[in-house]
Design a protein around this ligand. Sequence first.
Ligand code: GRF
Length: 220
Amino acid sequence: MSKRMRLGVLASGGGSNLQAIIDRCRDGGFPAEIAVVIANNPDAGALERARQAGIPARCINHRDFAGREPFDAALVAALREAGVELVVLAGFMRIITRVMLDAFPQRIINIHPALLPAFPGLHVQQQAIDYGARFSGCTVHFVDGGVDTGPIIIQAVVPVLPADTADTLAARILEQEHRIYPRAIELIATGRVHVDGRTVAIAPAAAPLSAALVNPSLEG
Ligand code: GRF
């Protein structure tokens, strides 16, 4: 099999998206592997999930740094040390700066629990309910200089139900997050994702090798 793309996953919380990615990477045919997990908070459940899976896990605590740039410089150093090719933000609750963006141009992705461009920012499940939206969902996007503004790679839609609370809606969205985040990584790692301004094009899958095994063709 060709070389797997090396992922660096950054997390702040429980890490259920990290877990979904760990589970997909266990499949030897998956084109990516997690090289390192980094949390900005020592209590992040994501660190424990990484350790359980035998993946190098580090805490780089933002409180130990004088500002966002020096914190980002430490992240960049750790990611480079691990040979990371794609940075995956999975519930990472820090705003990243040019230091990270310049180190990994178009190589940082994020997942957001709403259908961007609707409801960027925080507490977005409650915002969707309060607004009266009939549908919400989740979005995987490239990270640019703004908050949840980068080019969109993949989205999934879920209904907002009359009895929903922020928690029940978040749980329904999270199920879809766990499906689309590994898929986005797979598409990038197989070289099928091309960014053109705001637009992301997904190239069709290569024809399976078996297509060449019967010649002349069985069809036609
Ligand atoms: C997810 O809802 C993600 O979309 C948001 O933060 C949450 C992280 O959840 N950015 P988890 O830590 O992956 O369980």
